[in-house]
Ligand binder design. Structure first.
Ligand SMILES: [Zn+2]
Length: 326
Protein backbone atom coordinates (compact mmCIF):
# COMPACT_ATOMS: atom_id res chain seq x y z
CA UNK A 1 0.00 0.00 0.00
CA UNK A 2 1.35 3.37 -1.02
CA UNK A 3 0.74 6.77 0.49
CA UNK A 4 -1.22 9.08 -1.73
CA UNK A 5 -3.02 12.42 -1.49
CA UNK A 6 -6.73 13.10 -1.25
CA UNK A 7 -8.54 13.63 -4.57
CA UNK A 8 -8.65 17.38 -5.47
CA UNK A 9 -12.32 17.65 -4.56
CA UNK A 10 -11.31 17.10 -0.90
CA UNK A 11 -8.30 19.44 -1.20
CA UNK A 12 -9.38 21.59 1.76
CA UNK A 13 -8.83 18.61 4.09
CA UNK A 14 -5.45 17.56 2.69
CA UNK A 15 -3.35 19.35 5.32
CA UNK A 16 -5.53 18.07 8.17
CA UNK A 17 -4.96 14.40 7.45
CA UNK A 18 -2.11 11.91 7.21
CA UNK A 19 -1.52 8.46 5.77
CA UNK A 20 -3.84 8.88 2.81
CA UNK A 21 -4.26 5.58 1.00
CA UNK A 22 -6.32 4.79 -2.07
CA UNK A 23 -8.43 1.74 -1.26
CA UNK A 24 -10.45 1.33 -4.46
CA UNK A 25 -11.11 3.35 -7.62
CA UNK A 26 -13.43 5.65 -5.75
CA UNK A 27 -12.52 5.27 -2.08
CA UNK A 28 -9.65 6.63 0.02
CA UNK A 29 -8.76 6.37 3.69
CA UNK A 30 -6.73 8.58 6.02
CA UNK A 31 -6.51 9.82 9.58
CA UNK A 32 -9.58 11.79 10.65
CA UNK A 33 -9.56 15.62 10.39
CA UNK A 34 -11.70 15.72 13.51
CA UNK A 35 -10.75 12.99 16.02
CA UNK A 36 -7.43 11.88 14.53
CA UNK A 37 -7.73 8.10 14.53
CA UNK A 38 -4.00 7.59 14.62
CA UNK A 39 -4.56 4.03 15.79
CA UNK A 40 -3.64 1.08 13.66
CA UNK A 41 -6.40 -0.44 11.69
CA UNK A 42 -7.93 -3.86 11.72
CA UNK A 43 -7.76 -5.07 8.16
CA UNK A 44 -4.17 -6.13 8.04
CA UNK A 45 -2.70 -3.08 6.33
CA UNK A 46 -1.11 -2.39 9.61
CA UNK A 47 0.52 0.96 9.22
CA UNK A 48 -2.43 2.80 7.77
CA UNK A 49 -5.43 4.11 9.73
CA UNK A 50 -8.63 3.20 7.93
CA UNK A 51 -11.54 4.52 9.96
CA UNK A 52 -11.90 7.78 8.07
CA UNK A 53 -13.04 7.04 4.54
CA UNK A 54 -13.39 9.35 1.55
CA UNK A 55 -15.96 8.41 -1.07
CA UNK A 56 -15.96 9.84 -4.59
CA UNK A 57 -19.08 8.08 -5.80
CA UNK A 58 -22.48 9.75 -5.56
CA UNK A 59 -22.23 12.79 -3.32
CA UNK A 60 -18.53 12.92 -2.52
CA UNK A 61 -17.92 12.97 1.23
CA UNK A 62 -15.66 11.78 3.97
CA UNK A 63 -16.91 9.87 7.00
CA UNK A 64 -15.17 8.82 10.18
CA UNK A 65 -16.71 5.80 11.80
CA UNK A 66 -15.03 6.59 15.13
CA UNK A 67 -16.37 10.11 15.69
CA UNK A 68 -19.18 9.84 13.09
CA UNK A 69 -18.28 13.23 11.57
CA UNK A 70 -18.97 13.92 7.91
CA UNK A 71 -16.73 16.03 5.67
CA UNK A 72 -17.96 17.37 2.36
CA UNK A 73 -16.40 19.70 -0.21
CA UNK A 74 -16.84 23.33 0.77
CA UNK A 75 -17.81 22.54 4.38
CA UNK A 76 -15.11 24.83 5.74
CA UNK A 77 -16.18 27.68 3.49
CA UNK A 78 -19.69 27.29 4.80
CA UNK A 79 -21.31 25.15 2.12
CA UNK A 80 -24.49 23.95 3.75
CA UNK A 81 -25.99 20.52 3.37
CA UNK A 82 -29.49 19.80 4.56
CA UNK A 83 -30.04 17.77 7.69
CA UNK A 84 -31.96 15.14 5.78
CA UNK A 85 -29.14 14.80 3.22
CA UNK A 86 -26.64 14.32 6.03
CA UNK A 87 -28.88 11.70 7.60
CA UNK A 88 -29.15 9.93 4.24
CA UNK A 89 -25.37 9.84 3.89
CA UNK A 90 -24.90 8.41 7.35
CA UNK A 91 -27.41 5.65 6.76
CA UNK A 92 -25.73 4.77 3.47
CA UNK A 93 -22.25 4.79 5.01
CA UNK A 94 -23.35 2.65 7.93
CA UNK A 95 -24.87 0.20 5.48
CA UNK A 96 -21.52 0.01 3.65
CA UNK A 97 -19.83 -0.58 6.98
CA UNK A 98 -22.24 -3.37 7.80
CA UNK A 99 -21.49 -4.99 4.43
CA UNK A 100 -17.78 -4.89 5.22
CA UNK A 101 -18.43 -6.58 8.58
CA UNK A 102 -20.57 -9.27 6.93
CA UNK A 103 -17.81 -9.86 4.41
CA UNK A 104 -15.27 -10.32 7.18
CA UNK A 105 -17.60 -12.73 9.01
CA UNK A 106 -17.88 -14.72 5.80
CA UNK A 107 -14.08 -14.88 5.46
CA UNK A 108 -13.92 -16.03 9.06
CA UNK A 109 -16.44 -18.80 8.42
CA UNK A 110 -14.53 -20.00 5.35
CA UNK A 111 -11.29 -20.02 7.34
CA UNK A 112 -12.88 -22.01 10.14
CA UNK A 113 -14.51 -24.47 7.75
CA UNK A 114 -11.12 -25.15 6.19
CA UNK A 115 -9.20 -25.03 9.50
CA UNK A 116 -5.78 -25.09 7.77
CA UNK A 117 -3.95 -24.48 11.04
CA UNK A 118 -4.75 -28.03 12.19
CA UNK A 119 -2.90 -29.50 9.22
CA UNK A 120 0.02 -27.10 9.72
CA UNK A 121 0.21 -28.32 13.30
CA UNK A 122 0.01 -32.02 12.45
CA UNK A 123 2.61 -31.78 9.72
CA UNK A 124 5.22 -30.08 11.87
CA UNK A 125 8.53 -31.93 11.76
CA UNK A 126 10.65 -32.58 14.84
CA UNK A 127 12.94 -29.78 13.71
CA UNK A 128 10.09 -27.32 13.40
CA UNK A 129 8.72 -28.32 16.79
CA UNK A 130 12.13 -27.73 18.29
CA UNK A 131 12.06 -24.18 16.90
CA UNK A 132 9.05 -23.55 19.12
CA UNK A 133 10.74 -25.27 22.07
CA UNK A 134 13.84 -23.14 21.65
CA UNK A 135 11.66 -20.06 21.51
CA UNK A 136 10.36 -21.04 24.95
CA UNK A 137 7.22 -23.03 24.22
CA UNK A 138 7.35 -26.71 25.23
CA UNK A 139 5.70 -29.46 23.21
CA UNK A 140 2.57 -29.89 25.34
CA UNK A 141 1.78 -26.18 24.99
CA UNK A 142 2.53 -26.32 21.24
CA UNK A 143 -0.16 -28.98 21.06
CA UNK A 144 -2.55 -26.99 23.21
CA UNK A 145 -2.25 -23.89 21.00
CA UNK A 146 -1.99 -25.96 17.78
CA UNK A 147 1.13 -24.08 16.74
CA UNK A 148 2.35 -25.03 13.30
CA UNK A 149 4.58 -24.38 10.34
CA UNK A 150 3.85 -23.36 6.77
CA UNK A 151 6.66 -23.77 4.21
CA UNK A 152 5.41 -21.07 1.85
CA UNK A 153 3.33 -18.16 3.01
CA UNK A 154 2.55 -15.65 0.29
CA UNK A 155 3.00 -12.14 1.61
CA UNK A 156 2.89 -8.72 0.05
CA UNK A 157 5.44 -6.04 0.78
CA UNK A 158 5.64 -2.67 -0.97
CA UNK A 159 3.44 -3.97 -3.76
CA UNK A 160 5.56 -7.08 -4.37
CA UNK A 161 4.71 -10.64 -3.44
CA UNK A 162 7.06 -13.00 -1.64
CA UNK A 163 6.87 -16.61 -0.56
CA UNK A 164 8.42 -17.12 2.84
CA UNK A 165 8.29 -19.83 5.51
CA UNK A 166 6.13 -18.95 8.50
CA UNK A 167 5.38 -20.36 11.92
CA UNK A 168 1.64 -20.31 12.48
CA UNK A 169 -0.26 -19.28 15.59
CA UNK A 170 -4.04 -19.72 15.44
CA UNK A 171 -5.74 -16.94 17.39
CA UNK A 172 -8.18 -19.22 19.21
CA UNK A 173 -11.68 -17.98 19.85
CA UNK A 174 -13.07 -18.31 23.37
CA UNK A 175 -14.42 -21.76 24.18
CA UNK A 176 -18.15 -22.12 24.19
CA UNK A 177 -19.71 -24.67 26.53
CA UNK A 178 -16.33 -26.19 27.17
CA UNK A 179 -15.52 -26.78 23.50
CA UNK A 180 -13.06 -25.16 21.18
CA UNK A 181 -14.81 -22.67 19.01
CA UNK A 182 -12.48 -22.18 16.05
CA UNK A 183 -10.24 -19.20 15.49
CA UNK A 184 -10.59 -15.44 15.14
CA UNK A 185 -7.51 -15.02 12.99
CA UNK A 186 -4.15 -16.63 12.31
CA UNK A 187 -0.84 -15.03 13.16
CA UNK A 188 2.03 -15.80 10.80
CA UNK A 189 5.47 -15.35 12.28
CA UNK A 190 7.69 -14.99 9.23
CA UNK A 191 11.17 -16.49 9.20
CA UNK A 192 14.00 -16.07 6.76
CA UNK A 193 16.17 -13.14 5.97
CA UNK A 194 14.06 -10.93 3.73
CA UNK A 195 13.28 -7.72 5.59
CA UNK A 196 9.52 -7.59 5.17
CA UNK A 197 8.41 -7.41 8.78
CA UNK A 198 7.95 -10.14 11.35
CA UNK A 199 4.20 -10.78 11.46
CA UNK A 200 1.28 -11.09 9.10
CA UNK A 201 -2.38 -11.74 9.88
CA UNK A 202 -5.18 -13.34 7.93
CA UNK A 203 -6.35 -10.80 5.39
CA UNK A 204 -9.78 -9.24 5.84
CA UNK A 205 -10.11 -10.30 9.47
CA UNK A 206 -9.99 -8.17 12.56
CA UNK A 207 -6.94 -8.34 14.78
CA UNK A 208 -8.01 -9.60 18.15
CA UNK A 209 -6.96 -10.22 21.68
CA UNK A 210 -4.85 -13.37 21.80
CA UNK A 211 -6.10 -15.52 24.67
CA UNK A 212 -3.52 -17.92 26.09
CA UNK A 213 -6.37 -19.69 27.92
CA UNK A 214 -9.40 -19.43 25.65
CA UNK A 215 -11.11 -21.90 27.98
CA UNK A 216 -11.16 -19.30 30.78
CA UNK A 217 -13.89 -16.71 31.06
CA UNK A 218 -12.23 -13.36 30.36
CA UNK A 219 -12.38 -10.93 33.25
CA UNK A 220 -12.63 -13.44 36.08
CA UNK A 221 -8.97 -13.13 36.96
CA UNK A 222 -6.40 -10.33 37.01
CA UNK A 223 -4.77 -10.12 33.59
CA UNK A 224 -1.27 -9.44 32.26
CA UNK A 225 -1.15 -8.00 28.76
CA UNK A 226 1.83 -8.47 26.45
CA UNK A 227 2.79 -7.27 23.01
CA UNK A 228 2.48 -10.13 20.52
CA UNK A 229 1.20 -13.66 20.95
CA UNK A 230 4.59 -15.32 21.33
CA UNK A 231 5.50 -13.37 24.48
CA UNK A 232 2.15 -14.14 26.08
CA UNK A 233 2.55 -17.84 25.23
CA UNK A 234 6.09 -18.05 26.62
CA UNK A 235 5.02 -16.43 29.90
CA UNK A 236 1.92 -18.66 30.14
CA UNK A 237 3.94 -21.80 29.44
CA UNK A 238 6.53 -20.91 32.10
CA UNK A 239 4.23 -20.10 34.97
CA UNK A 240 1.77 -22.44 36.61
CA UNK A 241 0.00 -19.53 38.28
CA UNK A 242 -3.68 -20.21 37.62
CA UNK A 243 -4.84 -17.00 39.24
CA UNK A 244 -3.37 -14.76 36.56
CA UNK A 245 -4.75 -14.60 33.04
CA UNK A 246 -2.31 -13.75 30.24
CA UNK A 247 -3.30 -12.21 26.93
CA UNK A 248 -1.67 -10.18 24.18
CA UNK A 249 -2.46 -7.42 21.75
CA UNK A 250 -1.00 -7.31 18.22
CA UNK A 251 1.26 -4.28 18.75
CA UNK A 252 2.09 -1.43 21.12
CA UNK A 253 -0.39 0.73 19.20
CA UNK A 254 -3.58 -1.34 19.12
CA UNK A 255 -6.85 -0.13 17.60
CA UNK A 256 -9.00 1.92 19.99
CA UNK A 257 -11.73 -0.73 19.81
CA UNK A 258 -9.38 -3.35 21.25
CA UNK A 259 -8.40 -1.10 24.17
CA UNK A 260 -12.05 -0.43 24.85
CA UNK A 261 -12.82 -4.14 24.83
CA UNK A 262 -10.04 -4.78 27.33
CA UNK A 263 -11.11 -1.99 29.72
CA UNK A 264 -14.71 -3.23 29.62
CA UNK A 265 -13.86 -6.90 30.10
CA UNK A 266 -11.03 -6.91 32.63
CA UNK A 267 -11.69 -5.08 35.89
CA UNK A 268 -9.80 -6.97 38.59
CA UNK A 269 -6.26 -5.83 38.04
CA UNK A 270 -5.02 -5.06 34.54
CA UNK A 271 -1.22 -5.35 34.28
CA UNK A 272 0.16 -3.74 31.14
CA UNK A 273 3.46 -5.46 30.27
CA UNK A 274 4.40 -4.01 26.90
CA UNK A 275 8.02 -4.11 25.72
CA UNK A 276 10.60 -1.96 27.57
CA UNK A 277 10.50 0.71 24.83
CA UNK A 278 6.73 1.02 25.25
CA UNK A 279 6.47 1.69 28.98
CA UNK A 280 4.73 5.02 28.29
CA UNK A 281 2.12 3.17 26.24
CA UNK A 282 1.63 0.78 29.16
CA UNK A 283 1.00 3.75 31.46
CA UNK A 284 -1.37 5.37 29.03
CA UNK A 285 -3.41 2.19 28.49
CA UNK A 286 -3.42 1.42 32.22
CA UNK A 287 -4.90 4.86 32.88
CA UNK A 288 -7.95 3.81 30.87
CA UNK A 289 -8.56 0.61 32.86
CA UNK A 290 -10.03 -0.07 36.26
CA UNK A 291 -7.18 -1.04 38.63
CA UNK A 292 -4.78 -0.44 35.77
CA UNK A 293 -1.07 -1.02 36.36
CA UNK A 294 2.01 -0.39 34.24
CA UNK A 295 4.85 -2.89 34.53
CA UNK A 296 8.40 -1.87 33.73
CA UNK A 297 10.20 -4.82 32.13
CA UNK A 298 13.98 -5.00 31.85
CA UNK A 299 13.86 -7.09 28.66
CA UNK A 300 11.14 -8.29 26.33
CA UNK A 301 9.31 -10.93 28.35
CA UNK A 302 10.23 -13.90 26.14
CA UNK A 303 13.91 -12.87 25.92
CA UNK A 304 14.03 -12.35 29.67
CA UNK A 305 12.91 -15.93 30.23
CA UNK A 306 14.68 -17.71 27.37
CA UNK A 307 17.93 -15.73 27.05
CA UNK A 308 18.38 -14.17 30.48
CA UNK A 309 17.06 -17.02 32.60
CA UNK A 310 14.42 -15.41 34.80
CA UNK A 311 11.79 -17.95 35.90
CA UNK A 312 8.12 -17.55 35.14
CA UNK A 313 7.43 -17.24 38.88
CA UNK A 314 9.96 -14.44 39.28
CA UNK A 315 8.48 -12.62 36.32
CA UNK A 316 4.99 -12.88 37.79
CA UNK A 317 6.34 -11.39 41.05
CA UNK A 318 7.68 -8.43 39.05
CA UNK A 319 4.38 -8.07 37.19
CA UNK A 320 2.48 -7.99 40.50
CA UNK A 321 4.62 -5.03 41.61
CA UNK A 322 3.57 -2.98 38.58
CA UNK A 323 2.87 0.66 39.32
CA UNK A 324 -0.77 1.33 40.11
CA UNK A 325 -2.00 3.99 37.71
CA UNK A 326 -5.72 4.07 38.44
ZN1 LIG B 1 -13.02 10.96 13.56
Amino acid sequence: MRESILPPIFGEYQNQVKFVVQRTDDEYSSTCPSCGDMGHNWDNQRDFPDRCRWFLKGNPCGWCRICNNLFWPGKKEGARISRSQIQEWRVELERKQEQAIQKSLKSLKILNDQHPWVLWHQQMTAEQASYWSEEGIPRDWQNYWLLGYLAEKMVMHNGQSYRVPAYTIPNQALYSEGHRNGVLNIHYRLVGDIDIGRYRYEKGLRQNIFYTRPDWTPGERPVAIFEGAKKAMVVRARTNNDRLDIISIPSKTPPASLLEEISKTYRHGVYWCLDPDAYDNSREFASKCEHGRAVRLLYKADDWIVKHGITGGQLVDIIKKGELIT
